[in-house]
Design a protein around this ligand. Sequence first.
Ligand SMILES: Cc1cc2nc3c(=O)[nH]c(=O)nc-3n(C[C@H](O)[C@H](O)[C@H](O)COP(=O)(O)OP(=O)(O)OC[C@H]3O[C@@H](n4cnc5c(N)ncnc54)[C@H](O)[C@@H]3O)c2cc1C
Ligand code: FES
Length: 257
Amino acid sequence: MNSYLPEYFKEFELIWESRDTYTIHLPKENPGKAGQFYMLSSPGIGEAPISVASGHLREMLFTIRSVGTVTSKLPDARVIGVRGPYGTSWPWERYGKILAVAGGIGIPPINSLFDEMVGTGRGKDLEIIYGARSPSDLIYHKQRKEWAKMANVIITVDKGDPNWKGNVGFVTQFISKSETDRDGAVFIIGPPLMMKNSVAESLEAGFRPENIYLSLERRMECGIGVCGHCNVGEFYACEDGPIFQYSAVKHLPELFL
Ligand SMILES: Cc1cc2nc3c(=O)[nH]c(=O)nc-3n(C[C@H](O)[C@H](O)[C@H](O)COP(=O)(O)OP(=O)(O)OC[C@H]3O[C@@H](n4cnc5c(N)ncnc54)[C@H](O)[C@@H]3O)c2cc1C
Ligand code: FES
């Protein structure tokens, strides 16, 4: 795959996960690693950075929330372009145990992490805390059953409904109850406030700052460190990130903006 030029697909499958979120299956092996992203496009509608949702060398999946120009038009596109993979990945191989904390549309790269860890027989070393605004915003019904067979999984919603029998509360409330060894790593991805509070809770729960990793979302144009659109302090989110070690970026005033 050429990193600079999109490869175009006319054949692909698109499945709606919820009222505003869909998954695109491309008939191609994913050369990327969990946490990395690709630039997705279609002629005439522009490009958007999207994390890969499947593991290394698995069929390429992307799960996308329709929020703006590109992401709202991709479901009607006849051709989808993909270039990448770009950026850094979750460094799970360095750690014995991993706690992954995901909010909202932060969950796709955690599904990718799950795929990768299970693929190497390390599914039991993963714990997942996944939160969404409401039960109807929770996605990955099938995948969640697969996670639960291998990993310790906590699912929660900010606000329940009359049919919801599960946890209610922010993901941050569940970090102190994590079964993950405190010398393990914490991978956090989600909206800025959720990430800020999850870092504080992880530190409070006894995880080390150097073992905490964040996936930072910034507006991107080139994805390859050329245009300067995605800077976070002295770093570029597209090249130095999107996965950053918390202790390397905690000094940045714009970290959680
Ligand atoms: C590394 C990375 C991985 C990502 N992975 C995923 C993923 O797996 N799934 C997914 O759904 N999304 C993902 N995103 C987010 C996605 O790339 C953005 O939501 C992107 O902006 C969507 O493009 P769009 O053209 O549809 O939306 P846009 O038209 O760009 O608008 C998106 C939102 O941003 C706001 N906005 C528009 N312009 C600006 C501006 N100049 N400054 C600030 N806000 C603005 C809009 O009001 C709107 O709410 C990822 C982002 C990054 C950086
Ligand atoms: S997106 Fe162009 S430098 Fe990062």
